[in-house]
Design a protein. Structure first.
Length: 314
């Protein structure tokens, strides 16, 4: 969570300085949920379709910081070779598909990857997971994907970050059900609810959901109640969020809450956490500096005709 927060703070600064082309979307306030999911998965075995606010989960799953900085800064040495949008990065062969902007579609992508594993006889002990926001649960692709996962009894975990707004649309204008968890019952899958601002609760509930999926209990949906602590993206000031909501329980910072929990639980000391902050800040600075020195794509050097057929036509 600390690594992700420090990295994203730097990305925000680079965006405001005009060093990043495209959008920057931060996970501030959602790190506890994302990191808990990434830490519960097994790199090299599981599938994790991370989304725009999942830097903490990517880091926990094992993605190196340099993959992030290279993609945001357009380096040809990054996983997307500087050819794709800066948030659409991934390494499918390592179990991390590149993100799709139509966020609900990631559910279908993970379901398809799990089906492929099943057909190849490689399903044993595998879990596929993705995170979506409350807005994505209102899309057709979300419904189709999760219905398929339920019918096929796939070992999938879908974590819904109910951050109270789909961009600027509040939840009472998105769905009429009392709780998004009610939708899990409709699909016939496992459902779990958690306070997304509570690190220890997130770790416990999400780990339980992943374990159930891994042990054959079928798809699991986790609904985490929280609030975005930034705008939809760095281009958005989030002025539509009521001040009372920001000041309430949902508006508390999961990172600060997690630090208190770690110290009070005897898991870390104040000095250790301060040392981590310093070390991680140095890691971020090194990753940014390295990516800034690397070449960006040159259209004159690209092999545009690599897909030319024998007839000479593309």
């Amino acid at each position: 969570m600390l690594r992700a927060r420090l990295l994203e703070n730097k990305l925000s600064s680079l965006y405001k300085a005009g060093k990043i082309v495209g959008g920057v979307y931060l996970g501030k306030g959602q790190e506890a949920v994302s990191a808990s999911l990434g830490a519960a998965l097994i790199q090299g075995r599981d599938i994790f379709a991370a989304l725009i606010r999942d830097q903490a989960g990517r880091t926990a799953f094992g993605e190196p910081l340099i993959d992030c900085t290279r993609t945001y800064l357009g380096s040809v040495l990054g996983p997307m070779r500087g050819r794709d949008g800066n948030i659409h990065r991934g390494r499918p062969l390592q179990g991390m598909p590149a993100m799709i902007s139509h966020l609900g579609a990631e559910v279908s992508v993970v379901a398809g990857m799990l089906m492929a594993r099943r057909l190849k006889g490689e399903m044993l002990g595998v879990v596929g997971a993705t995170c979506v926001g409350d807005g994505a649960t209102s899309t057709g692709s979300f419904h189709e994907g999760i219905n398929m996962a339920a019918v096929e009894n796939l070992p999938m975990v879908v974590v819904v970050g109910n951050n109270q707004f789909a961009y600027s649309t509040p939840t009472d204008r998105q769905f009429a059900c009392t709780d998004l968890l009610d939708r899990a019952k409709g699909y016939g899958i496992g459902g779990h609810s958690v306070d997304g601002t509570d690190l220890l609760a997130c770790a416990k509930v999400i780990h339980r959901a992943v374990t159930l999926a891994r042990e054959g209990a079928g798809p699991q949906m986790v609904v985490a109640r929280l609030l975005r602590l930034s705008g939809h993206g760095e281009h958005d000031d989030g002025s539509y969020v009521p001040p009372l909501m920001r000041a309430g329980h949902l508006g508390r910072d999961c990172l600060e809450t997690g630090i208190v929990q770690m110290i009070e639980g005897g898991h870390a000391t104040v000095d250790e956490i301060e040392r981590w902050k310093s070390e991680f800040a140095d890691e971020v600075q090194v990753a940014v500096a390295q990516a800034q020195q690397e070449p960006v794509p040159d259209p004159w050097d690209e092999e545009w005709f690599a897909c030319k057929s024998a007839t000479g036509r593309l």
